[in-house]
Design a protein around this ligand. Structure first.
Ligand SMILES: [Zn+2]
Length: 211
């Protein structure tokens, strides 16, 4: 598998530090499971974090520091050894640990499926499936949108995105992805804020998106 698009160093550092919400951590973990280069970078950030902690001056902690840190770890880290009874057997890798909703029609050729994570409520996590040749509505975001492609491929103005590729878009990006011919494209998406659809198809679909 030749991966062309990777998370930013900042995203990998935040993942290594355990400061991402569960949704964004899942999308980074899905990419990292397929990308040896990013796994090495994450390990390097983890080592740097550990070294910094070793050198830090001891300080007085709040009495509930351990409990709140453990709670954050529970929420932020992807537990690939999760109970299989609450996971799914349709997808390999980190996604297999999560319960998935049913595919729901979102618009012409486009379907959405929820991913149940213990999120902070600000990030929506879902699978998006688009039929070959679908032109997704022109859209912008009110917050960052992180995507990892599981199957198929799409293109937008920044290039081609195939299985394992990571697409990190923020509120300044406007794009119109087009799904390649062949097989449906399935992605796992973590979206903070709202997806803002434009154009008449977008306005038609907006009430259906409910993000
Ligand atoms: Zn990578």
């Amino acid at each position: 598998m030749s991966l062309r698009h990777h998370p930013s160093d900042q995203a990998l550092a935040d993942y290594a530090a355990g400061t991402l919400d569960a949704g964004r951590a899942l999308v980074v973990a899905t990419h990292a499971a397929l990308c040896p280069a990013c796994r090495r970078t994450i390990r390097a950030f983890e080592c740097v974090g550990g070294a910094l902690l070793d050198k830090a001056e001891p300080t007085q902690l709040n009495p509930d520091a351990l409990a709140s840190t453990l709670k954050r770890l529970d929420q932020a880290h992807v537990d690939t050894a999760a109970d299989p009874r609450i996971g799914n057997d349709e997808f390999a890798g980190p996604l297999s640990a999560y319960k998935l909703g049913k595919w729901k029609w979102l618009g012409p050729g486009v379907y959405r499926r929820s991913v149940e994570t213990v999120g902070d409520g600000e990030t929506s996590v879902f699978l998006l499936k688009a039929e070959p040749g679908t032109r997704l509505p022109h859209h912008t975001h009110s917050g960052p949108e992180w995507t990892c492609i599981l199957q198929g491929a799409f293109r937008h103005h920044l290039g081609r995105y195939g299985p394992g590729d990571f697409d990190e878009a923020d509120e300044n990006v406007e794009h119109t992805p087009i799904v390649e011919a062949g097989e449906p494209c399935i992605c796992v998406v973590a979206l903070q804020g709202k997806l803002l659809l434009q154009g008449w198809v977008g306005r038609l679909m907006q009430p259906l998106v409910r993000l």
